[in-house]
Every structure is written in structure tokens, then in C-alpha cells.
Design a protein around this ligand. Structure first.
Ligand SMILES: *Cc1c(COP(=O)(O)O)cnc(C)c1O
Length: 396
């Protein structure tokens, strides 16, 4: 590695410190041993987190759980779909999404994703025949046309779950992503906007769905009374649903809560940093950052761009040349065992589906982390390194 330039390259995987307020609360929880969300009679840290998160999103109900994967699983279970239900998902998403579908006893039906990382709506529509539900993954925060998706779903009476794991803070025509479908799911894993190591939360306005999800998350006996929910649906579901025990503990909530007031600032800085890098990349003929849709206001903590006019060998050379300068680039379809490449989801039943459009995109789409904490000189270092790498490869 080139010592000279490697020194200036920012480490894009480092996290930000957790706000200091968390320390006093964690010390209090450790000294009392009050770590379980249902020990306190009311207002446990997890319950407060749910109240605050619902308010932040403008949703009626929230349920905090152990991961976004658990939230997706519970969402599918809460919908009370028939065994073997067909759930349409984008072919470009994280492997946790088809996994949650399989875990819930459903069958994923993949639809094509275009070179702008958004759902190919023509292909999507064609896959809705025979479908029972839709799970939209806003992959890396890229929002597909939610107006059209909701229109198509409503016309067929199909419920929509939003996987907003990586989209906290993104809006669509001014509405928070995750509040447009019946249920929205978010992640607090360390590479997302709010970092608790692990954790997830789902939001919904539907009292029936939240009742089912709360019980199945592990609110055994009458622990649901410690949630901000309506009592009425619980009479229907008490003792009638399995307890999957995917609860969040109080320590995680204590780490998350002081980060919620920082979300707006992280979103603004992430967007500014992303747009600063995108402007430089788009000046070169080899690199292209697709535009956001007009309704979408993004909250990026990474940048995706396509390599234009490069053969596979040149794509690999570009990745090496970037790495030499200390900037790690992932091409979704080229790195071995990538969990975002659908052909690696070999746990799915049947043959690997034929998704030529998505496959072509994945073979040229690059992913670079740009956490909100990066300074302008650090962002400029990254964009320069990428431009230089592309120039070297295409000149040679
Ligand atoms: C991170 C992520 C998930 C999984 O979240 P976990 O909390 O790790 O289970 C699902 N979907 C997308 C798009 C993600 O980015």
C-alpha cells in the first residue's frame, strides 16, 4: 500500500462515539440489574424508546426488537398470511430480507431492479399475480416509486411492508419512509444511522397488527399492558399466538435513545457529504451516480455509483486501484459470497432465478461508505481517489 496516501485515507468503518448521556443511564441499569423490558411496572427504557421513535416517525405504534430481521419476520407473521404465502421482494437487497421471508414460512418472489437501484415497476407489476404480500426494501436508502407501488398494491388488496433498515430519515413527498406501507422496519445495527450494535424496530398505525406483533415478540401473559397499545385487539389474540421472543433489552434502548435527537443532523450531514462526492464523480465519463427520484429526499451514509464502459477486468482493476489509495470499494456482484447478490441466496427453494437486469446492475454498481462524520477534506480525498483510479484504469 502507498504509505503516503494511505495516511490521509479516512477509515469509513469506524463508528461515532455513543452520546455521553447513555453512560449514566447504563450505569443506573447495571447497578439495579434492571435489564429486562418487562421488569419495571412502566416506562422501561425500551418502552420509552418505542414512544419516542413513534413520535419521531409520526407513527401511531412502535415495537422495538432484537434486529430489523426480527422486525421483518414479525411483520410477516403479524399479517397472518397463509402458509407458503408468496411475498414479492426486490432482487437487489440484503440477504437478511429473503431470509426473513423464508423464516416466516413464506416464499420470496424476486422482481427486477434497474441500474438506478430502484424496482423495475413493469417487472414488479407482472409478479403481483398470485402474490399475497409485498416487501419493499429501500436498499441503501434508494426509494422506489412508492406512489406507484402503493397504487398497484391497493388495487389488488396486497399489504406492503417497508424494509427501511437503512432509510431512517429518508422522506418521500415529505412523508417518512417506513410509514407509507402497513408496517415499516428499521435497524440499529452498527452500520446504520443509529448504532446500538444490534437492534430493530417496527412502526405501524394498525392496532391489530401491533397487537399481534407485540405478543409474538414475547409479551407473554399480560405484558402487552406495558406497551402503548389499544387493549381491544388483545382479547382476540391472548394465548393464541406463539411467543418468538425477539425482545429488545434495556441496555440497547439506553444506547439508542440519546441518538434519536441526533438523527436530523446526521441526515443533513450525510446528504451534504453524499452530494459533494456525487458531484465530483459525475464529472467523469466512467462514473455515474443515478439521480434520486423527485419525491425522494435521501438520508445517505454511503454512495452507490455505476462504472460505465468498463469490462469486468477493468472493474476489478478499478477496485484494486481505489484500494491502493485506501478507499475500499465493493462491487456488489463481484466480491465473493456477497450477501446482496441474489445468486448467493442458495437457501431459497428451486433454481437461482433469472434476473438479467438486476445481475447486469450488480456487476457494475459500486458501494462506498460515507458516514456522516466525514469532513470535507476526507470526502474530497475519497472522490479524488475514485476519479484517479477510474482515470488510471481507462487510460491504461
Ligand atoms: C441492515 C439491513 C437489514 C438487516 O438489519 P438487521 O438489523 O441486521 O437484521 C435488512 N435490510 C436492509 C436493506 C439492511 O440494510
Amino acid at each position: 500500500m502507498n504509505q503516503h496516501t494511505a495516511v490521509a485515507a479516512p477509515n469509513v468503518y469506524d463508528a461515532e462515539p455513543i452520546p455521553a448521556e447513555a453512560e449514566a443511564e447504563i450505569a443506573r441499569l447495571l447497578s439495579s440489574g434492571d435489564l429486562f423490558r418487562y421488569t419495571a411496572p412502566q416506562d422501561a427504557p425500551v418502552a420509552l424508546l418505542e414512544r419516542e421513535f413513534a413520535a419521531l416517525l409520526g407513527a401511531r405504534f412502535a415495537l422495538a426488537v432484537s434486529s430489523c430481521s426480527a422486525a421483518l419476520f414479525l411483520s410477516l407473521k403479524a399479517l397472518d398470511l397463509p402458509e407458503g404465502a408468496r411475498v414479492v421482494i426486490p432482487a437487489f437487497t440484503f440477504g437478511a430480507v429473503p431470509s426473513a421471508v423464508v423464516h416466516a414460512g413464506c416464499v420470496p418472489v424476486l422482481c427486477e431492479v434497474g441500474e438506478n437501484y430502484r424496482i423495475d415497476l413493469e417487472d414488479f407489476e407482472a409478479r403481483l399475480d398470485g402474490a399475497d404480500a409485498i416487501l419493499i426494501s429501500h436498499m441503501r436508502g434508494h426509494t422506489s416509486d412508492m406512489d406507484r407501488i402503493m397504487e398497484l398494491a391497493e388495487a389488488r388488496g396486497l399489504p406492503v411492508i417497508e424494509d427501511a433498515a437503512h432509510s431512517l430519515g429518508t422522506t418521500w413527498s415529505g412523508r417518512n419512509i417506513g410509514t407509507i406501507g402497513r408496517i415499516g422496519c428499521f435497524s440499529f445495527q452498527s452500520y446504520k444511522l443509529v448504532n446500538a450494535g444490534e437492534g430493530g424496530i417496527l412502526v405501524t398505525d394498525d392496532p391489530e397488527l401491533i397487537a399481534r406483533a407485540v405478543i409474538m415478540s414475547g409479551a407473554y401473559e399480560q405484558n402487552w399492558r406495558k406497551h402503548d397499545v389499544l387493549e381491544e385487539p388483545f382479547a382476540r389474540w391472548q394465548n393464541r399466538l406463539p411467543l418468538y421472543n425477539t425482545r429488545m433489552g434495556n441496555l440497547s434502548a439506553a444506547v439508542i435513545r440519546p441518538q434519536l435527537p441526533l438523527v436530523a443532523d446526521r441526515v443533513a450531514r450525510g446528504r451534504a457529504g453524499h452530494d459533494r462526492v456525487a458531484a465530483v464523480l459525475n464529472e467523469t465519463e466512467w462514473l455515474h451516480v443515478p439521480d434520486a427520484l423527485p419525491q425522494e429526499k435521501r438520508a445517505p451514509d454511503s454512495i452507490q455509483f455505476n462504472l460505465l464502459g468498463m469490462e469486468e477486468e477493468q472493474v476489478r482493476a478499478f477496485v484494486s486501484a481505489s484500494k491502493m489509495q485506501g478507499v475500499p470499494v465493493q462491487v456488489f456482484g463481484l466480491s465473493e459470497d456477497n450477501a446482496r447478490a441474489f445468486w448467493n441466496w442458495r437457501f431459497l427453494p428451486g433454481e437461482v432465478p433469472d434476473m438479467p437486469r438486476t445481475r447486469a446492475m450488480l456487476m457494475r454498481a459500486c458501494d462506498v461508505r460515507l458516514p456522516a462524520r466525514l469532513t470535507d477534506p476526507e470526502l474530497d480525498y475519497i472522490s479524488r481517489a475514485l476519479v484517479v483510479a477510474a482515470g488510471e484504469v481507462m487510460a491504461g
